[in-house]
Design a protein around this ligand. Structure first.
Ligand SMILES: Cc1cc2nc3c(=O)[nH]c(=O)nc-3n(C[C@H](O)[C@H](O)[C@H](O)COP(=O)(O)O)c2cc1C
Length: 319
């Protein structure tokens, strides 16, 4: 199936199962529409002559991937979409040479997923009861997680439309981040950074990476898209923090725009949920491979032999 077919079939299947509303955004729904507008506001500047043969493979924080396209954090709807949904997701991602990123709730079979021979990231929310965060970190490390993620942006929990989804959270301080850092033995990634100030604090806390993300519109209404803040964040992160960007990525051209603005990896969630709903693990593989192939197709014609060679001179901002 093509990407377009996987998306359309997956959307129809989620409607039928009564799960489509879980993909909506908080309150007015602004974030999702805005994501599309921002991504569409850049065009691409090709350089056809002497175009290199591109290779999409990357290595980030010791993890080798077939392309910079990865899963972003999610668990909640996956077991409702397909039986053994997390395992099917993991198998599809492994076949595509990508990584599995678990969200809330922590999958009961996390250790089994980690044994499936693909990199696995496990996320914790900033629960008000701080002991829970440390218990989760211990659980992730015992299970064998490759990286640990911490959702600094879920400080007021999460919401879809007017419905609260996760509560009992509270903002983390820099001192608490440092304490968490001391417990985490593997790379630590702070998710939800949207300002140079938070990127600087992530570096001060000695995190290894950040996810520049508006949480797919599940936290605050009227958050910007990653592309709008990557410039200032890249300037602070320099070589100190790996940068993952996500939000509304649907095509290889969207992936490319985030890479050109300074991201090292680009995450997707809704496309993977559609792929899983449409065709199980094969649909998941198809989404990651399809996005990677679209990325490869554009890269060379812009003059980039590898994702690292993409830069903002290849993008033209404007209407
Ligand atoms: C149904 C759903 C559940 C999500 N659950 C989590 C989560 O548990 N933790 C988290 O950090 N982000 C979560 N997210 C946000 C994603 O990790 C990601 O930032 C966002 O969805 C990317 O945008 P996209 O869905 O348009 O690709 C969730 C998103 C969706 C749509």
């Amino acid at each position: 199936m093509t990407l377009g077919e996987l998306y359309a079939e997956g959307q129809a299947a989620l409607e039928e199962k009564g799960l489509a509303w879980l993909l909506n955004a908080v309150e007015t729904g602004f974030v999702l529409e805005h994501d599309r507008r921002v991504l569409d506001s850049y065009t691409l500047k090709p350089r056809y002559i002497d175009a290199p043969l591109p290779d999409t493979a990357v290595e980030v924080l010791g993890v080798e991937l077939a392309s910079p396209v990865v899963m972003s954090a999610v668990t909640m709807p996956i077991p409702k979409i397909a039986e053994h949904g997390m395992s099917q997701m993991a198998e599809g991602l492994r076949e595509a040479g990508s990584l599995l990123w678990c969200g809330t709730p922590v999958p009961a079979n996390l250790a089994e997923l980690c044994a499936l021979e693909l990199p696995v990231v496990a996320n914790a929310k900033p629960f008000r009861e701080r002991g829970r965060i440390f218990e989760m970190i211990e659980q992730f490390q015992k299970a064998g997680a490759t990286w640990i993620g911490l959702e600094i942006d879920a400080a007021e929990g999460t919401k879809i439309g007017d419905q609260a989804m996760v509560a009992d959270c509270a903002p983390l301080s820099l001192a608490e981040l440092r304490e968490i850092r001391r417990e985490v033995q593997c790379p630590l990634i702070l998710k939800g950074v949207l300002s140079a100030e938070d990127a600087a604090k992530a570096a001060e806390a000695e995190a290894d990476g950040i996810v520049v993300s508006n949480h797919g519109g599940h936290t605050l209404d009227y958050l910007p898209h990653a592309l709008q803040v990557l410039d200032e964040i890249r300037a602070v992160a320099r070589d100190r923090l790996a940068i993952v960007a996500d939000g509304g990525i649907r095509r290889g051209s969207d992936v490319l725009k985030c890479l050109a603005m300074g991201a090292d990896l680009v995450g997707v969630v809704r496309p993977l949920l559609w792929g899983l709903a449409a065709d199980g693990s094969e649909g998941v593989r198809g989404v990651i491979s399809g996005l990677g192939e679209e990325l490869r197709r554009i890269m060379g014609l812009l003059g980039a032999a590898s994702p690292r060679e993409l830069n903002r001179t290849m993008l033209i901002p404007g209407p």
